[in-house]
Every structure is written in structure tokens, then in C-alpha cells.
Design a protein around this ligand. Structure first.
Ligand SMILES: NC(=O)c1ccc[n+]([C@@H]2O[C@H](COP(=O)([O-])OP(=O)(O)OC[C@H]3O[C@@H](n4cnc5c(N)ncnc54)[C@H](OP(=O)(O)O)[C@@H]3O)[C@@H](O)[C@H]2O)c1
Length: 248
């Protein structure tokens, strides 16, 4: 029987790479994001199903669950992102709300809607992989609303794992460090390409989306008794959030 996977935020970056990787591993992938043309093209490329979905909108999430149906093997809660890099004193509370909405509430809504299907997965092998971040492990100046939101992603993951301990579903988190994707930093800096490029300046080899997709694919294809609670991956040049090797 073909295994089914849902990837949220599949229209770019890590989500698109994960959808491709899971499809190459034999999954039928439901590619969910707000930009219809993007997910439609991706689904056509990988033989999956495109679903226009805003994870922050309850009706949209209900519609996603209806398309997915009664059985689901893998849920990758990847939709998320950062808006702004202001200090706490200067930040806009609306940015904080948007980050909490997508990185925490959206993830919770999608999980709630798809949990019954995950519990019905073949052989009790259902698995959730939440895409957190090293920003969910540490505080940094200007990280404000994003670090708070990604700490939230981590705590939701842990809570869910505790609550579902006797259920046939696994709960995991992948926490990447610096990943050079086309849109993440651009979105964070509201389209300012110079500021976005500065994030990766001098770093010879940041992670790329395919590195994270590879890690997620490995995590969700372990035997059903194996739960990779959390997997932190960074580029070699990033020993910590504050220690990045940059060639000048
Ligand atoms: N890049 C990094 O350095 C890095 C590091 C650690 C963790 N992460 C995390 O990895 C995930 C993917 O990031 P990325 O680097 O691949 O960035 P990205 O290319 O900006 O991807 C973000 C994805 O989320 C989707 N999305 C945003 N809001 C959404 C919503 N309300 N409903 C549904 N989909 C939504 C976007 O699609 P639409 O706009 O089409 O909806 C897009 O496909 C995020 O959770 C991010 O926080 C990134």
C-alpha cells in the first residue's frame, strides 16, 4: 500500500525539498501551502496532490484534512518563518503575533486535524515531524518573536509526545541551524535582499534545503518503534548561534 505524507509549507525551501525527497522514497505527498501555483507545479512534478492551505485558518485546515482522508503515515509540520529582526524594545507586536500564529498555532491546528488519520496509519507507524530550529534552543539579540515562537514549536512537540505516549504515533522535531533557502531571510527582512544576503555572508557552505529534507526523510523512515525525539543539524561552519566561521 502506498504510504501517504503531508508536508506543510511545501511551496518553497525545506518543505519543497522534503516533498521531493519523500516522493522519491515512495510516498504519495500532499503538498500544502498558500501559493496554489507553486504547490500545483510541485505536485505535478512528483505525482502528489496539491492542497492550497493556510495553516493559520481553521477552515483551510479542515479542508486539508478532508482531502487527506482517513489514513496518513507522515505529517511534516514545516510551514513557518520569521518576520523581522528587531530588538524586543523596538519590535512590532503584530510581527510576534504572526510568528506565533504560523509556527505554533498553525502547527497545532494541522496536528489536531490530522491526528485521527495518523492514528489510523498502517501497523501503528504514523509519525509527526515538526520543523523547529536552533532558534528554539537559545536566545539571541534581535531574535525576539522568532526565538519565542520556535521555542513554542519545541514545547508543543514535547508535550504532544508525552500526551500520546500510549498511542501508535511518534512525535519528533528536526531543529536546523543556518539553512540557505531562497525565501527565509528575504521574508524575515521584508524583501531586503542586501540584509538577507548578509545572513550567509562569507559562510562557505551553509546547509541547503536538501540537507534538512534528507534528515527528515531519515527520521520518518525509521522502524515504527524508533522515535528520533529531536535532531539538531547545523553547517560545519556554525559551531553555535554565536560562533559562525565567515571567510572575509
Ligand atoms: N532557513 C533557515 O535557516 C531555517 C532554519 C531553521 C528552521 N527553519 C524553519 O524551516 C521551515 C521552512 O523554512 P524555509 O527556510 O524553507 O523558508 P521558506 O522558503 O520561506 O518556507 C516557508 C514555507 O512556509 C509556507 N507558509 C508560510 N506561512 C504559511 C501559512 N500560513 N500556511 C501555510 N504555509 C505557510 C510558505 O508557503 P506559502 O507562502 O506559499 O504559504 C513556504 O512554503 C520554517 O518553519 C522555518 O522556520 C528555517
Amino acid at each position: 500500500m502506498t504510504r501517504h505524507a503531508v508536508v506543510t509549507g511545501a511551496s518553497s525551501g525545506i518543505g519543497a525539498a522534503t516533498a521531493r525527497s519523500l516522493a522519491a522514497t515512495g510516498f504519495h505527498v500532499f503538498c500544502a501551502a498558500r501559493r496554489t501555483e507553486r504547490v500545483t507545479a510541485l505536485a505535478a512534478e512528483i505525482g502528489g496532490t496539491a492542497v492550497t492551505c493556510d495553516v493559520t485558518d481553521p477552515a483551510s485546515v479542515t479542508a486539508l484534512a478532508e482531502v487527506v482522508g482517513e489514513r496518513l503515515d507522515v505529517l511534516v509540520n514545516n510551514a513557518g518563518g520569521a518576520f523581522g529582526a528587531a530588538t524586543v524594545a523596538e519590535s512590532d507586536p503584530d510581527d510576534w503575533r504572526r510568528m506565533y500564529e504560523v509556527n505554533v498555532i498553525g502547527l497545532v491546528q494541522v496536528t489536531r486535524a490530522l491526528l485521527p488519520a495518523l492514528l489510523a496509519a498502517d501497523d501503528g507507524a504514523g509519525i509527526i515531524c515538526n520543523v523547529g530550529s536552533t532558534a528554539g534552543r537559545i536566545a539571541y539579540e534581535g531574535g525576539g518573536g522568532y526565538t519565542v515562537a520556535k521555542h513554542g514549536t519545541q514545547v508543543v512537540t514535547e508535550t504532544l509526545r508525552l500526551e500520546l505516549w500510549d498511542q501508535p504515533v511518534r512525535v519528533t522535531e528536526v531543529a536546523p541551524g543556518m539553512v540557505r533557502t531562497d525565501e527565509f531571510a528575504l521574508t524575515r527582512f521584508d524583501g531586503d535582499a542586501e540584509k538577507a544576503a548578509a545572513v550567509y555572508a562569507g559562510v562557505a557552505e551553509p546547509l541547503v534545503a536538501e540537507d534538512v529534507a534528507d534528515a527528515i526523510t531519515w527520521m520518518v523512515t525509521r522502524p515504527r518503534h524508533v522515535n528520533i525525539d529531536e535532531l539538531v543539524l547545523r553547517p560545519r561552519a556554525q559551531a553555535s548561534q554565536f560562533k559562525v566561521h565567515r571567510a572575509h
